[in-house]
Design a protein around this ligand. Structure first.
Ligand code: DGI
Ligand code: FE
Ligand code: FE
Length: 187
């Protein structure tokens, strides 16, 4: 499939707002990839497709996860916001024939992050935070940081996410905590 076909597919699966978000993340991902030594073409594809199952229903998420042999932990079963990252990666592998493990992991971990992320994985995680459509309190701080230092940006966004989740009383995925701790120990 080429880029135009990916876009047509996304348009059929996503609301106009979410489709626009996907285009914005793809563009931000290319900029970050060039700056931080990831492959810009992979960044564009992963950015474009990262939320491909964001508007799927529960049955579709679970069918994809089962088909891809992805077993959910108790915490993951009870955190619907996390499903689209895992099922999205499964969709890319099963339905689009994408075999590049770095792209597949970049989508899989774009919501939780994890310890030991590749440059591409970090690029997609941060692109999702700073894309042109984003508008939250700290977005300008994160955009400025992202122009300077990828690790510092990961630490800031990791802390921001954990704070938000704590305030909402949500569970924190162990990969999110592991990512934060790794950054904290290495910076
Ligand atoms: O899909 P997007 O809206 O573009 O962004 P995303 O994939 O980063 O999803 C953000 C949502 O995921 C937000 O509501 C917070 C939630 N989230 C992120 N990390 C965790 C999490 N939820 C839980 N329960 N645990 C996490 O570690
Ligand atoms: Fe997402
Ligand atoms: Fe997103």
């Amino acid at each position: 499939m080429n880029t135009q076909e990916y876009k047509a597919l996304l348009k059929s699966r996503l609301s106009p707002y979410r489709y626009y978000h996907s285009l914005c993340v793809a563009e931000s991902a290319v900029v970050l990839a060039k700056k931080y030594g990831a492959d810009p073409e992979k960044a564009y594809v992963a950015g474009l497709l990262h939320d491909i199952t964001k508007e799927a229903d529960k049955a579709e998420h679970f069918a994809l996860l089962e088909k891809a042999d992805i077993k959910l932990s108790e915490l993951e079963k009870r955190s619907p916001k996390l499903w689209h990252a895992m099922s999205g990666s499964a969709y890319l592998r099963l339905n689009l024939g994408i075999t590049d493990e770095d792209i597949l992991r970049a989508v899989y971990y774009h919501t939780t992050a994890r310890a030991g992320m590749s440059a591409l994985e970090k690029v997609i995680y941060i692109a999702d935070f700073i894309s042109a459509d984003r508008d939250y309190d700290d977005v300008e701080i994160v955009r400025t940081l992202a122009k300077k230092d990828l690790e510092e940006t990961m630490l800031y966004t990791g802390r921001y996410t954990i704070n938000e989740l704590l305030q909402k009383g949500a569970c924190i995925h162990p990969d999110t905590v592991a990512c934060y701790n790794e950054l904290k120990l290495n910076i």
